[in-house]
Design a protein around this ligand. Structure first.
Ligand SMILES: *[C@@H]1O[C@H](CO)[C@@H](O)[C@H](O)[C@H]1NC(C)=O
Ligand SMILES: *[C@@H]1O[C@H](CO)[C@@H](O)[C@H](O)[C@H]1NC(C)=O
Length: 142
């Protein structure tokens, strides 16, 4: 009886807070790291977890990953050790383009008795300006 009560309160104490940078400016073709960290009571004991990022557009939310055609080959993530031990859930988007401009949300999930998920307040990625000469060729015609 007593043991099951202790387990229950331990389970309920797991909370996740997720922190993001409000805004990031970048020029086309650069690599941008979207920072995300988390902490929370009970997170130390949770050993299984993962993170995802979403791009928020007006009508849809798309997961930001290499299997999304908008980002194929352009996403780097931290490995599981870094995610667990340094509490980093950052991604890097390589070779950004103006149409990457959007709000990006970091979502962290831990499995600790049940599944606990938290997400950050969002990062506005703003890709504007051009560092070198204006792009030429097919890109202009899009
Ligand atoms: C989260 O981290 C901050 C700063 O290290 C700390 O003050 C706070 O107590 C932590 N929150 C939890 C719930 O662990
Ligand atoms: C992005 O930055 C430019 C230049 O600072 C600004 O004019 C534009 O409104 C910003 N776009 C968004 C979506 O905030």
């Amino acid at each position: 009886m007593r043991n099951s009560l202790v387990c229950l309160s331990g389970f309920l104490s797991l909370e996740i807070q997720v922190f993001q940078v409000p805004e990031v400016h970048a020029t086309p073709s650069s690599d941008v790291t979207l920072l995300c960290t988390y902490n929370g009571s009970g997170v130390e004991e949770a050993t299984v977890g993962f993170y995802k990022w979403y791009r928020h557009l007006v009508k849809t939310e798309l997961e930001v990953s290499n299997s999304n055609k908008d980002f194929t080959g352009r996403i780097s993530r931290v490995n599981t050790d870094q995610f667990i031990n340094t509490r980093s859930a950052q991604i890097t988007i390589h070779n950004v383009i103006p149409s990457d401009t959007a709000n990006y949300y970091c979502e962290v999930t831990f499995i600790h008795g049940g599944e606990i998920t938290g997400h950050g307040p969002g990062t506005l990625l703003n890709v504007t300006g051009s560092r070198r000469s204006a792009p030429r060729g097919p890109e202009v015609l899009r």
